[in-house]
Structure formats: C-alpha cells, structure tokens
Ligand binder design. Structure first.
Ligand code: ATP
Ligand code: MG
Length: 336
C-alpha cells in the first residue's frame, strides 16, 4: 500500500545535504519509524511523475546492505522518499562523535559496502554514484547499509538542473568528464575508507593555512570550461559537509561560493576546490599508512587511477582485508 504524507508524523530532523532534508517520522497506520527525505524538484509535473515511476525499482531492492524503501510521493514541488530509519546515523556523524574507527570496524564497513555495491550492480545494474561516509548508515543491530544511490536518471537530472554536485569523493575519470562506472564507486570507497580510518578527510593534508572552526566560505572565480564540465545548472549552491561540493552555473566565468569543512576539529583552511580537483587528477592518490598491509593494499586497489586497472566491487571482495573480516564475528552494535 502506498504511503501518504498525512500518515506521517515528524519526530525529528536528521540533517540535510545538497539534495534535500531528512526527517525522522513515524508512519502512523503501520507504527513504523522511517526516515523521510524531501527533495525539491523544480521540473514540471510530467517529469516529477516520471521520477516517481523510476523510484519504484526501489521496491525490488532487498539486501541486508541496502536501506529498505517504503515508498515515495509528491508533495507540492517536492518528492518525498520514505526509507528505513537507521538509528546510529551515518558514518560521518559516527566519526565526528567517536573519532576514527578501529581496524575491525574498518574491515566490516569495507565488506558491507562492497556487498551492497555488488548487489546493486549485479542484480539491478545500479551504480551508486555517491559513495561517501554520509551515505553509509549504521543501526543498533550492527548493520551497515548504503543509501542515496542513483536509481532514477530523471531524479539525478533534476537535482543536477538546479545543482551540479562535484564531490571530492569523485574519481579522477569522473572529474575529467568520463561516464560513471561501478569502478567510480570503488574510488569513492577508497577515499571514504581513508577518511574513516583517520577521522578526517584524506585531502586535508594538502590544505593551506587559515583557520576557522567550521571551515570558510571561499569565493572563487570559475571557468565552466575548465576541469569541470559545463552544466545547465541555474542556481549554484554550496555545501558545508565533509569534503567539498561545488555548484557550477552555465556560462563563461562566474563567482562561486564554496565552503569546505573537515569534521569536528579545527580545520586548517582549505585548498581551493579547483586545486583539489586538479590534485586528484594529476597527483598520486592518497595512501593509508595505518592498520597494516591488508588495509593499505585494499585502499591502494580502490585508488588505482587507471579505471581499466581498478578492480570492481566484486573483485575487491577477494582482497585479504575482506577475507579476514569475513572470518571475524564483530559485534558492531557494541562498538559503535
Ligand atoms: P549530500 O546531500 O551532500 O549527499 P548528505 O548525505 O549528508 O549530503 P542527506 O542525504 O540529505 O545529505 O542526509 C542528511 C543526513 O541525514 C545524513 O548525513 C544522515 O546523517 C541522515 N540520514 C539520512 N538518511 C538517513 C536514514 N535512513 N536514517 C538515519 N539517518 C539518515
Ligand atoms: Mg545522503
């Protein structure tokens, strides 16, 4: 049975990102706690209905490593998506609160994310497209699940119409405008793994001085024809989440506000977004110098710059880190 907006009672606000805001709600008829994501869609109603249709595939996604989907509906200019509520929240929050994860948790997260990605790709030919700590959720049963994957092409387009997210979890080939493949997700996983092992974004080392608690607004003049591919964006927006996100407006050069922030502790200011994107494309990938060989090898494999040589999620399941994680019984619920 379809969920209706008037059946939901809002309990709490869970946070917001570039795409929308997320609230904790209870679906009163079934007495189920859910997370409701509200996304503003500026497109016409045929497009909105199309998105709603495309989202229906989510009803067929069932995996221990993927957030359950309960339904979606239109509300004014918004699309609301109701999904499984994960009571320990996302990995970015967990590392902000508890600091870096332990080696055992690190292994479990790698294992769960790879199983989630493999499920999405092998069963539904879905590429996640947005692997990062805020899209990996934990619950008190100790489960680790993926959310916010790109199922609806129209939804991706509609968000991109108002906003082009160029996240710094993005692979070198994506920065250079190549097609998304499941291997782009592997790169993002590599960056994510370093971040949760260190408790901070891996590129923070390359940041320049200047300090401020929450990061700073950075005014840049961008040329849309440079590293970033031009888009038909109309309303640039900035993000204040971990990593960096940039909005690009169509046209020649424009002023763009970019905000970067490294979780919790004082940040040392930021490298400009374009410097960072260029750094990702031109320099050696970051490496993990913690947790020993298996973890290091794993991250090295994820961050192979040549897409042809980079493994798929399924191939990565063969890595020693994963084989080792499989043998351990970790009570994640007691750790996180
Ligand atoms: P971005 O928009 O850049 O992808 P984000 O992933 O942080 O960033 P949202 O997807 O809007 O932004 O999520 C906002 C926050 O809500 C997340 O950081 C997460 O902590 C929380 N959240 C999202 N989905 C759930 C869920 N199903 N259960 C519990 N918390 C959730
Ligand atoms: Mg998200």
């Amino acid at each position: 049975k379809e969920i209706r907006g008037d059946e939901l009672k809002v309990l709490d606000e869970l946070g917001s990102g570039n795409g929308g805001t997320v609230s904790k709600v209870v679906h009163e008829p079934s007495n189920t706690t859910m997370a409701k994501k509200t996304i503003l869609i500026e497109s016409q109603s045929p497009i909105r209905r199309q998105i709603l249709r495309e989202l229906q595939i989510l009803h067929h996604c069932h995996s221990d490593y993927i957030i359950e989907f309960y339904g979606a509906y239109l509300e004014g200019p918004h699309i609301c998506m109701c999904m499984e509520y994960m009571d320990r929240g996302s990995l970015d929050r967990i590392i902000r609160k508890h600091g870096p994860v332990s080696y055992d948790v690190f292994g479990q997260i790698a294992l769960s994310v790879l199983r989630g990605l493999t499920y999405l790709y092998d069963v539904h030919r879905i590429i996640h497209r947005d692997v990062k700590p805020s899209n990996i959720l934990i619950n008190s049963k100790g489960q680790i699940k993926l959310c916010d994957f790109g199922v609806s092409g129209e939804l991706i387009n509609s968000i991109a119409d108002t906003f082009v997210g160029t996240s710094t979890y993005m692979s070198p080939e994506r920065i250079q405008g190549a097609q998304y493949t499941v291997k782009s997700d592997v790169w993002s996983l590599g960056i994510t793994m370093i971040e949760i092992a260190l408790g901070r974004f891996p590129f923070a080392d390359v940041e320049e001085e200047e300090s401020e608690e929450e990061g700073r607004e950075d005014d840049l003049t961008l040329n849309a024809n440079s590293t970033l591919s031009p888009s038909n964006a109309t309303r640039p927006r900035a993000s204040s989440r971990a990593g960096t996100t940039i909005g690009v407006t169509q046209g020649v050069a424009m002023k763009q506000s970019v905000k970067t922030h490294a979780p919790k502790k004082k940040t040392k200011g930021v490298m400009s977004i374009l410097d960072l994107l260029q750094f990702i494309v031109n320099e050696d990938p970051p490496r993990l110098t913690k947790f020993g060989k298996n973890a290091q090898d794993f991250v090295d494999k994820c961050l192979i710059k040549d897409v042809k040589l980079r493994p798929t999620p399924k191939q990565l399941l063969e890595q020693n880190l994963i084989q080792e994680a499989l043998k351990k019984e970790i009570k994640l619920n007691e750790i996180l």
